[in-house]
Write a protein that binds this ligand. Structure first.
Ligand code: HEM
Length: 422
């Protein structure tokens, strides 16, 4: 039997804000019921997949485990009903790569896949370095104290992806606000209403945010069709899939995923990395002495923060996993933070170790849906640390950091620090 409290914890936004509470629940599940059928209060039952190997096993069989058949994010029954009512039966408010399966997934992904390959994004490096330097100068201008999450980490990846997409700088605050409303819909400090919402109001607020995004990107599509430029928005606006222009919902969703997942995840990881360095001065000193350790810092901070907490899959046929019978239609929660703390894969998984080797985590997912922006995310963070570490002489926490209250995409929302910089 799975204690009800464990089932409730893994969908509880406040448990993710607490950090320890969700880690303890996952540790219990990995040890006692790594593939557990759970039913948190107010939710349909689902399988919690908590071991690294099982997460990969599900992810690599993308015909057997679909993304699009049910909600891709764990959704309470009432909220799911509301979404279907709004969409005329679909469990999804948007239709991005995340909600697609083949043949559409392959066709839509191919449209931008080459654009995101390392050999293509390498050309962006000088400009990203210039942007990073600008934010570091602004950090230095704060004196000896700042909130690293709000003053640096949220803004740098936002600026990079908006430039890549082709969104003007003046609209970045709006994009940040909409992203935080979307991913922070369960966080009273970040959501659209600025207070705790019941599940039905929560869905309505998310829908209103999606409509705002769509209104913005609709105008952008029209502009890029009339005046194509060298930006990602032009690729989406003028692209063809199955020999036709992209569907309206699909095009809007493409922009939305890039304009949200394309920075929030990287920001959370960057903020979490500095928090970890402030708490582990030995690691900070090692990095200062040997910058060749920076790629290790990047990889370990992605594992450490794991900003995407889960995605759901739905079994398309009866099958077996780990000796358990999975029925067609069963919903599976891929618990990435748990996979990234799996004792069978990582030595001392709760230790932050920039020299961890190997460090093959599942923070970017795995298989056909593996994160499209992973190389860009790594490159941005490497550049930021290459520029920041030589100038940062000391850093310590200046208060208690806070994490977002969310069970899907989240990380630190405040990391107050005291620092010395040249
Ligand atoms: C998908 C994590 C940065 C765009 C994903 C998935 C994860 C993830 C876990 C789902 C993979 C799966 O289902 O197997 C992260 C993390 C990031 C990050 C941890 C930063 C540290 C980015 C960036 C972009 C991006 C910078 C740029 C646009 C996408 C897209 C998908 C995706 C488009 C959907 C891919 C598909 O379904 O085929 N990401 N991501 N991500 N990510 Fe990221």
């Amino acid at each position: 039997m799975i204690p009800q409290q464990i089932a409730d914890t893994i969908v509880d936004p406040r448990a993710y804000a607490d950090g320890d509470r969700v880690d303890e629940a996952f540790t219990w599940l990995r040890a006692n019921a790594p593939l557990a059928q759970v039913q948190p209060e107010g939710f349909d039952p689902f399988w919690a997949v908590t071991r690294f190997a099982d997460i990969q096993e599900v992810e690599k069989q993308n015909a057997l485990f679909h993304n699009g058949d049910r909600a891709t994010v764990v959704t309470p029954i009432e909220a799911d009903r509301k979404v279907r009512e709004m969409t005329g039966g679909s469990p999804h408010l948007v239709r991005s790569l995340v909600q697609m399966d083949n043949p559409d997934h392959f066709a839509y992904r191919r449209l931008t896949q080459a654009w995101f390959l390392p050999q293509n994004i390498r050309g962006l490096e000088p400009r990203i370095r210039e942007i990073a330097r600008g934010f570091i100068d602004r950090m230095a201008a704060h004196g000896d104290r700042c909130d690293f999450a709000k003053d640096v980490a949220f803004l740098f990846p936002l600026h990079v992806i908006m430039e890549v997409l082709g969104v003007p700088e003046a609209d970045e605050p709006r994009m940040l606000k909409l992203t935080q409303e979307l991913f922070g819909s369960t966080d009273p400090e970040l959501n659209r209403t600025g207070k705790a919402m019941d599940r039905e109001t929560g869905v309505q607020a998310v829908q209103a945010t999606v409509v705002d995004f769509m209104t913005y990107f609709n105008a952008m599509t029209e502009d890029r069709r009339a005046n194509p430029r060298d930006d990602l928005a032009s690729v989406i606006a003028n692209g063809a899939v199955h020999g036709q222009p992209l569907g309206h919902l699909e095009a809007m969703s493409y922009y939305i995923i890039a304009a949200t997942a394309g920075h929030d995840t990287t920001s959370s990881t960057t903020a979490g990395a500095l928090w970890a360095l402030a708490e582990n001065p030995d690691q900070f000193r090692k990095l200062k002495a040997d910058p060749s350790l920076i790629p290790g810092l990047v990889e370990e901070s992605i594992r450490w923060v794991t900003p995407v907490k889960h995605f759901m899959r739905t079994a398309t046929a009866d099958t077996e996993l780990d000796g358990r019978k999975i029925a067609q239609g069963d919903w599976m929660m891929l618990c990435y933070p748990s996979g990234n703390r799996d004792e069978a894969v990582f030595d001392d998984p709760f230790r932050f170790d920039i020299e961890r080797s190997p460090n093959k985590h599942v923070a970017f997912g795995y298989g056909a849906h593996v994160c499209l922006g992973q190389h860009l995310a790594r490159m941005e963070m490497r550049i930021l640390w290459e520029e920041l570490l030589p100038r940062l002489e000391s850093v310590e926490l200046d208060g208690t950091p806070k994490r977002m209250e969310a069970a899907f995409v989240c990380g630190p929302k405040s990391v107050p620090i005291r620092f010395r910089m040249t």
